[in-house]
Design a protein around this ligand. Structure first.
Ligand SMILES: CC(C)=CCC[C@@H](C)[C@H]1CC[C@H]2C3=C(CC[C@]12C)[C@@]1(C)CC[C@H](O)C[C@@H]1CC3
Ligand SMILES: C[S@@+](CC[C@H](N)C(=O)[O-])C[C@H]1O[C@@H](n2cnc3c(N)ncnc32)[C@H](O)[C@@H]1O
Length: 385
């Protein structure tokens, strides 16, 4: 009994320490008006020493080693490592992609923003989100999807995130767009949720739970906080059934995705299915939305192939995300870092993002990887396990 309570106290003290340290660090990195600047302007105003430390903390696990020991270290350090990853990539993401940090399908004639919003609406529809529902957004980024889903359905959303900088931005935008009566954002690790059990009507997660060291861990936490009868809908990042980890070409692609996207370990689809079942969910639907003959593939903005661009309004986004645009960004950031305008380590981040882009496109083309494995799962009314 004693041992139990003292170990619980030790765990919560150490997680409080981590939380305080991370919050303090974000303030050092971004200064007191944290969250109010965007993209390149935010990047250029970062503190040099703090940025150097954040880049080192992210990249220390990515030294090319693919053995089980290296993987174990990445899995153990998932929280700090992911936190550091988003401390250094968030401004690039916002500059290159916008405020929703996920992929989407594209229809002919549909522009980039419309496709991103439709992908979010589709998940809200699949999760059966209704007006005034209390909804949890697991790994909410800077709140792009939460703002869109709130406008689309009229629900109330709590966004959970372990990154202080993104939380500051999400909170700032909710206020700016007058959605702060419906949206709130809280700091927390999705592997150890602090909400009361059976709190939420619906839960969704968009391209976030892939950062978990184990899918069973994060799905188990979601199951706990969802009300009985509630729905969980997720776009999961997984390697497809075609992926063979013993094939060096396949493993190289998975490693590029892990490195460039700050993921401790990419799992296969079957691992996600087993994890959902094991924690008690009843899977209502599972579909790989990337497994189709779409004329415009989901990874097109990263290819640099002009033939896919759908509207003139997408030209700026397409240029920034394309191979050529990325080279221009890397060159400019390298120059700005050399003359002391961009913080130290920024160029290294652009190299890592380049690996991400290459791994994602190769994984997409070969159908070894999908960023949109849709699972719709229900927490049964009666306890089944
Ligand atoms: C990391 C996870 C689980 C999801 C994020 C998905 C995407 C939003 C990102 C994956 C790779 C990112 C890159 C960029 C934007 C956001 C992603 C597409 C850039 C285009 C941002 C601008 C840089 O100069 C190049 C980046 C390449 C990778
Ligand atoms: C690719 S972003 C997606 C963000 C958002 N869902 C969207 O689509 O814009 C992944 C998100 O998961 C969050 N995340 C990663 N690990 C986490 C953890 N252990 N606990 C809470 N959030 C986490 C990151 O901080 C980031 O906001």
């Amino acid at each position: 009994m004693n041992t139990d309570s003292s170990s619980t106290a030790t765990i919560s003290t150490s997680s409080d320490n981590l939380r305080n340290r991370q919050a303090q660090f974000a303030k050092e990195l971004y200064g007191k008006d944290i969250g109010t600047k965007s993209g390149m302007s935010a990047l250029l105003s970062k503190n040099n020493d703090a940025q150097k430390e954040a880049v080192a903390k992210y990249l220390k696990h990515w030294d090319g080693k693919m053995d089980t020991e290296a993987e174990k270290r990445r899995l153990e350090d998932y929280n700090e490592s992911t936190h550091s990853y988003y401390n250094v990539v968030t401004d690039f993401y916002e500059y290159g992609w916008g405020s929703s940090f996920h992929f989407s399908r594209f229809y002919k004639g549909e522009n980039f923003q419309a496709s991103v919003a439709r992908h979010e609406h589709y998940l809200a529809y699949k999760a059966d989100i209704q007006k005034d529902d209390l909804v949890l957004d697991v790994g909410c980024g800077i709140g792009g999807p939460a703002r869109e889903i709130c406008r689309f359905t009229g629900c109330n959303i709590i966004g959970l995130n372990n990154n202080d900088y993104q939380l500051a931005k999400a909170t700032y935008y909710a206020k700016k767009f007058k959605l702060d009566d419906k949206l709130s954002f809280v700091k927390g690790d999705f592997m150890h949720m602090e909400f009361d059990p059976n709190t939420f009507d619906k839960v969704y997660a968009i391209e976030a739970t892939v950062h978990a060291p184990t899918l069973e861990g994060v799905y188990g936490e979601i199951y706990k906080v969802l009300k009985p009868g509630g729905i969980f809908a997720v776009y999961e990042w997984v390697m497809t059934d075609k992926y063979d980890p013993s094939n060096p070409e396949h493993r190289k692609i998975a490693y590029e995705i892990e490195l460039g996207d700050g993921i401790p370990k990419m799992y296969k689809k079957s691992v996600a299915v087993d994890a959902l079942n094991k924690v008690g969910f009843q899977i209502l639907e599972s579909e790989d939305l990337a497994d189709n003959d779409d004329e415009v593939p989901w990874y097109y903005p990263l290819t640099g192939e002009w033939k896919y661009v759908q509207t003139l309004s997408d030209l700026a986004t397409f240029f920034r995300t394309s191979f050529l645009g990325r080279k221009v960004t890397t060159g400019l950031v390298t120059l700005l870092e050399k003359v002391g305008v961009a913080p130290a380590g920024s160029a290294q981040v652009t190299y890592a993002l380049e690996e991400a882009a290459i791994g994602l496109v190769d994984g997409g083309r070969e159908k070894l990887f999908t960023p949109m494995m849709l699972f719709v799962a229900k927490k049964p009314l009666e306890k089944t396990k």
